[in-house]
Design a protein around this ligand. Structure first.
Ligand code: BES
Ligand code: MN
Ligand code: ZN
Length: 494
């Protein structure tokens, strides 16, 4: 897909689709006035008849519009301009991109919304358009002969004269890189578990690392045994697929800069193990490596954007199955850190994987950590399908993550980490057990992880709800969502 900035007036843009975002209570001045005039006042009539009032993500399609050069005009509402934020802008643009990508298209032109009284800068608007156009036209139909979505060949971002300088070009480039990273995360999640398993994921990571100049180390079964990662290895034991740990490093920071670690849960399929899941609950469990996919995609974007930071990315990759060597209830595992863990539910495997990977991240020099994991159904019960749960041992670091999420337009909500929750994961035979009982499941999972971060500032992001969408919506495709890629980049940029 080719994206470029252009200063063509809207009525003169020759394209298959002309996408024009419009704020509620819009006035016909400037570019919109010129477009409305060329159309003989058609947009004004749509408003009078209440067929288009520019509510957030509302659309109106005008096929074969007379008086302009576009084959179709798609108006998309932005809602009240003073309320417009990153999330709203993204929703509107994604809706438009998805509406325009249902059939093969050569050229799409998008009028970049001028920031006006909203709090968004022109650069942010350009970046948001580039990202949404890149993401919105890519589907989850990887193995369908009859595709449902068709990537655009060319996208022109229409800006006002003088708004196509170096700064705006950089915003366009950044938006494209972010969009491609989100698509990478989505694709990794959408691949069937037969295609995406620990070894194949690690190979993909290695190839991407080579391509984008990331330092990469892959730990195989023998290396993980040498590292004494008894917790991670116990999860992997029930599968014929050997485990992997992928370590990536990007260092373009001044000496002495803090090392940020991004750690991802990479359970390429979660059957639940011997505490086996029902068919319904297992159905989407190819998504259980979404944390690892997010980390890999974000590391690629960090490298492509050449951010002046020092970031390491770690992915713990295993399959959770029920083979003859599978861990059993009552087993006691010794984690890399030496902490002993009583297994009381083999379906609480994500925390067992992350325990060793977090511990390893700290020993690799992490000063601050963020982990991403499709960790608990309890988090989905608490917050719903579209909100990420955040849990932390350090409020300053957590506040940075929450602020970055806000700027990125992603919904994240903090859950408490009171000391008394620690009681719930005590064991009679080992230091801790891997479940905390019926209540507060998202938090007891986080309390478990906290034991392995050596008191370094750490935020745990439970993405069990938002990482995978069970159905399509006008503004997003079902399947892997690529959630938190934007937020992580925002955090890393600082
Ligand atoms: N991968 C699941 C969590 C999950 C649930 C992810 C729904 C995405 C959607 C995790 O490994 C799991 O099975 N957690 C258990 C923990 C329980 C046994 C303490 C759960 O949430 O039921
Ligand atoms: Mn599980
Ligand atoms: Zn899991």
């Amino acid at each position: 897909m080719n994206l470029q900035l252009a200063t063509t007036p809207l009525n003169e843009a020759a394209c298959d689709w002309l996408i024009v975002p419009v704020s509620e209570g819009f006035e016909f001045n400037g570019r919109l006035g010129q477009l409305n005039d060329a159309l003989g006042g058609q947009i004004g009539r749509l408003r009078e008849s209440q067929d288009f009032t520019a509510k957030l993500a509302e659309t109106a399609l005008i096929p074969a519009p007379a008086g302009i050069r576009a084959a179709r005009l798609l108006l998309v509402g932005l809602g009240p301009v003073e309320k417009l934020d990153e999330a709203g802008l993204n929703k509107a643009l994604m809706t438009a991109a998805r509406a325009a990508s249902g059939k093969k298209t050569d050229r799409v032109a998008v009028a970049v919304p001028s920031p006006g009284p909203s709090r968004l800068s022109l650069g942010r608007c350009i970046q948001a358009v580039a990202t949404a156009m890149t993401v919105g036209c890519v589907g989850q139909d990887l193995y369908r002969a009859e595709k449902k979505r068709f990537p655009f060949e060319n996208v022109d971002l229409l800006v006002e004269p003088g708004q196509n300088g170096a700064e705006q070009k950089a915003a366009l480039e950044a938006g494209t890189v972010v969009g491609e990273a989100i698509n990478l995360a989505r694709e990794l999640v959408n691949q069937p578990p037969k295609v995406m398993f620990p070894v194949s994921f690690a190979e993909r990571a290695q190839n991407l690392a080579r391509q984008h100049n990331l330092r990469c180390e892959v730990l195989d079964q023998a290396a993980l045994e040498t590292e004494k990662m008894g917790s991670l290895l116990a999860v992997s034991a029930g599968s014929d697929q050997p485990p992997r740990l992928v370590f990536l490093e990007h260092n373009q920071a001044a000496a002495g800069a803090p090392v940020v670690a991004l750690v991802g849960k990479g359970v390429t399929f979660d059957s639940g193990g011997l505490s086996i899941k029902s068919n319904d609950n297992m159905l989407t469990m190819k998504c259980d490596m979404a944390g690892a996919a997010t980390v890999l995609a974000t590391m690629v974007a960090i490298a492509r954007l050449k951010l002046p930071v020092h970031v390491i990315g770690l992915m713990g990759l295993v399959e959770n199955l029920t083979g003859g060597s599978a861990m059993k209830l009552g087993d006691v595992l010794t984690a890399r850190s030496g902490v002993t863990i009583e297994v009381q539910n083999t379906d609480a495997e994500g925390r067992l994987v992350l325990a060793d990977v977090l511990d390893y991240a700290v020993s690799k020099g992490a000063d601050r950590l963020i982990d991403l994991a499709t960790l608990t159904g309890a988090c989905v019960v608490a917050l719903g399908e579209d909100v990420v749960g955040a849990m932390s041992n350090n409020q300053d670091w957590c506040d940075k993550v929450l602020a970055a999420a806000k700027a990125a337009g992603e919904d994240v909500w903090q859950l408490p980490m009171f000391g008394h929750y620690d009681e719930l994961i005590k064991s009679d035979v080992a230091d801790i057990r891997n479940v905390g009982g019926r209540w507060g499941g998202a938090i007891t999972a986080a309390k478990f992880l906290e034991r392995f971060v050596k008191e370094k500032p750490w935020v745990h992001l439970d993405i069990a709800g938002p990482a995978f969408a069970s159905s399509d919506k006008p503004h997003r495709e079902g399947g892997g969502t690529g959630c938190m890629v934007k937020t992580l980049l925002e955090i890393v940029k600082g």
